[in-house]
Design a protein around this ligand. Structure first.
Ligand code: AMP
Ligand code: ZN
Length: 664
């Protein structure tokens, strides 16, 4: 009896470990979250009934530790040195020159890796189990953050075949998406924002309560494998591949370069693409590949001579704040925006920077007239990093009492960091609402852009989002630069939007805190918009990822008479209020299974999925023998490797579209 139980527990752990690996390390899950949760619940149940069976490497034990009083200092096996910097191409050439000279006439190669902007950490494994994790600290002595590191899902608690004792060093980072979400959440709670993902990662790894670390969704990317403080393989490249085999997350964007030209090409390529990455990078780390050669090159007091960090130009600049205005968003929130003396930051002229809210202005200690450091990162609007010098004539910013767009009353509620225009008819809110409604991936109404929406609202042609379903060619042609042809195109696109499924309709409504993901969960749970609209706060929380705050927001949305009216008009227009997983039996793609990887250009992921499904095909999240085609976009992930390994046909977006149109 006992043996059977022990077996079941071990099997569950093995299965859960595999799914964690597929999900968190490879980004290609094979089971749904619900299936994973069911397995985890079963394991937890068994462990609760038989606590003697609990082991520290059980997947259920990631968040086990209690909050602590402080951190214990731990010396590193070998110093975690920093890297010398090359700030431009010439400095990289000079580095290469020194390497060549010191190595005499020997041939050598470099490994180029992205320099992730997080904080480095050493993880010690003993008999295949994670034994201790230590922050970099001052490089010689760090802090024991084992309990917190255990909550990082891409850091295995247990590894497959490996040396008895080894150490993995790598970077702990927070993805941009998690960072944005964390800051929004902090805004809501009236807490101060983290300045950047690196600070957020550091703050999250070094909190005393591991439950907080767990909620922050950190990632760990491995880049060194050491045994007794020394590299374990003869080349760095081999180490990276071995780490990946052992189950660690190793960044795919790496390259073995045979000369400086290849290195420079790699650096240039990723500088251009850095905004597309899900995490922040500040350059490329270049390492001499051969460990013997690394040994011959040795170290200076501060850094290895066999490696260098090629730093991308800082995307910061100093300029002055000439004024602070406010922008009114879709939820009515007034966002203060700094109007700057225009300044160039890595090729882009910047004249506006977001200040988020009043608390942020206080945190910065900013007043109009100050000169500030601004920073551009990702695709987002630049932000103010700090006050550089105070202006001699400075003036405090005051949040207007009335909405700059409609003159309506502005209110800042208890516990909220945002001030809002409370007029639901506010044109600013309406414009933003329509743009959101029509945007790609929501209702996807092509042709409904800023300029058009601006005109429509300013001329009073729409007072509610639903008005767009009453447009006629005659009405639209009254607008500037709108011919009959574009008008009828637009009408066609508006009509087409009625085919969008319920999740998109829910997302389109613009309910606070409800985005694409939550919309899907709501549709799956309730299956019908009317059921969502009438559900009580408690019932709403049955949907995945819907907590009290989100539930309250949904509930309030549907209690508002104007919103009820909107829903009725959308129903009248013929939008999909019921959730149908429509999979046609016939159709050109019947019986085919597709896996998508990389960024598509003509279609969004969601569009591609919908079109495949309505053509009778299936979309799966992971490549298996059952996959018919892998569709590859830009910058594909490891799914492509997997496809090649299994010999699955690989097609591009163009070929997919041809299949969809039945041309093949
Ligand atoms: P720096 O802080 O500029 O001296 O650069 C050294 C830091 O770069 C290390 O402490 C790591 O935190 C970070 N880093 C990021 N990616 C890598 C990588 N692939 N290899 C080594 N260090 C890296
Ligand atoms: Zn207003």
């Amino acid at each position: 009896m006992k043996a059977k139980l022990v077996n079941e527990v071990e099997d569950l752990r093995k299965t859960l470990r595999r799914h964690e690996y597929l999900y968190y390390v490879l980004d290609q899950p094979e089971v749904s979250d619900a299936e994973y949760d069911a397995l985890m619940n079963r394991l937890r149940d068994l462990e609760t009934q038989h606590p003697e069976l609990i082991t520290p490497d059980s997947p259920s034990q990631r968040v086990g530790g209690k909050p602590r009083e402080g951190f214990v200092k731990v010396p590193h096996s070998a110093p975690m040195l920093s890297l010398d910097n090359a700030l431009n191409e010439n400095e990289l050439r000079a580095f290469d020159g020194r390497v060549r000279e010191l190595l005499g006439s020997e041939p050598y190669q470099y490994v180029a890796e992205l320099k992730l902007d997080g904080l480095s950490m050493a993880a010690h494994y003993s008999e295949s189990r994670l034994a201790q994790a230590v922050t970099r600290g001052d490089g010689r002595v760090g802090e024991d953050v084992t309990e917190n590191a255990r909550t990082i899902r891409s850091l295995p608690l247990r590894t497959s075949s490996s040396p008895d004792h080894f150490e993995v060093r790598g970077e702990t980072v927070m993805l941009r998406r998690a960072f944005e979400r964390l800051n929004l959440d902090r805004d809501e709670k009236g807490l101060s924002r983290f300045a950047n993902p690196r600070n957020a990662a550091a703050g999250s790894l070094r909190v005393l309560d591991p439950a907080i670390t767990a909620s922050r969704r950190l990632e760990f990317y491995a880049y060194f494998l050491l045994v007794d403080g020394r590299p374990h393989f003869t080349t760095h490249w081999e180490s990276l591949n071995a780490l990946a085999k052992m189950g660690f997350k190793v960044n795919h964007n790496r390259k073995l370069c045979k000369d400086l030209d290849e290195l420079l090409a790699f650096c240039g390529e990723w500088e251009a693409k850095r905004d597309d990455l899900p995490y922040e990078i500040d350059g490329v780390v270049v390492k001499v590949d051969s460990i013997t050669q690394q040994g011959r090159l040795g170290f200076t007091a501060k850094a290895p001579r066999w490696a260098i960090a090629y730093k991308y130009a800082a995307r910061q600049a100093i300029t002055s704040v000439e004024n602070i205005g406010v922008q009114v968003g879709r939820t009515g929130a007034l966002t203060p925006v700094a109007h700057l003396a225009p300044v160039e930051v890595s090729g882009v002229t910047v004249s506006r920077a977001t200040l988020h809210n009043e608390d942020e202005i206080d945190r910065l200690g900013l007043q109009i007239g100050d000169s500030v450091v601004i920073e551009r990162s990702g695709d987002v609007i630049p932000k103010v990093v700090r006050v550089h010098t105070q202006g001699s004539y400075r003036r405090r910013f005051e949040m207007p009492k009335h909405c700059p767009v409609c003159g309506g009353k502005v209110v800042r509620e208890e516990g909220e960091s945002a001030s809002r225009c409370i007029n639901t008819n506010c044109p600013a809110r309406l414009k933003e609402s329509i743009l959101h409604f029509a945007s790609r991936g929501v209702m996807t109404i092509d042709g409904m852009g800023d300029v058009l929406v601006e005109q429509l609202v300013d001329r009073g042609m729409v007072q509610s989002v639903a008005d767009i379903y009453d447009f006629t060619v005659e009405k639209l042609t009254q607008l500037e630069r709108m011919g009959r042809k574009s008008a009828s195109n637009l009408i066609r696109n508006i009509d087409k939007s009625k085919q969008n499924g319920l999740p998109r309709v829910i997302n389109a409504l613009g309910i606070r805190f409800v985005g694409e993901r939550t919309a899907v969960f709501l549709a799956e749970e309730f299956g019908d918009l009317d059921k969502i609209a009438t559900a009580k706060v408690d019932a709403l929380q049955k949907a995945e990822e819907v907590g009290p705050k989100v539930a309250e927001s949904i509930y309030q949305f549907f209690r508002e008479p104007r919103n009820q009216e909107l829903i009725e008009r959308l129903r009248g227009a013929g939008l999909q209020f019921e959730y149908r997983l429509k999979r046609k039996v016939g159709g050109p793609l019947a019986g085919m299974t597709f896996v998508l990887t990389g960024a598509l250009s003509a279609l969004s992921r969601e569009d591609a999925r919908q079109r495949i499904e309505s053509a009778g095909g299936k979309v799966a999240s992971a490549v298996s023998k059952k996959t018919t085609f892998v569709v590859v976009g830009d910058d594909p992930g490891s799914k492509l490797d997997k496809a090649q390994e299994l010999g699955i046909a690989v097609i591009d977006e163009k070929q997919l579209i041809e299949l969809l149109e039945g041309k093949v």
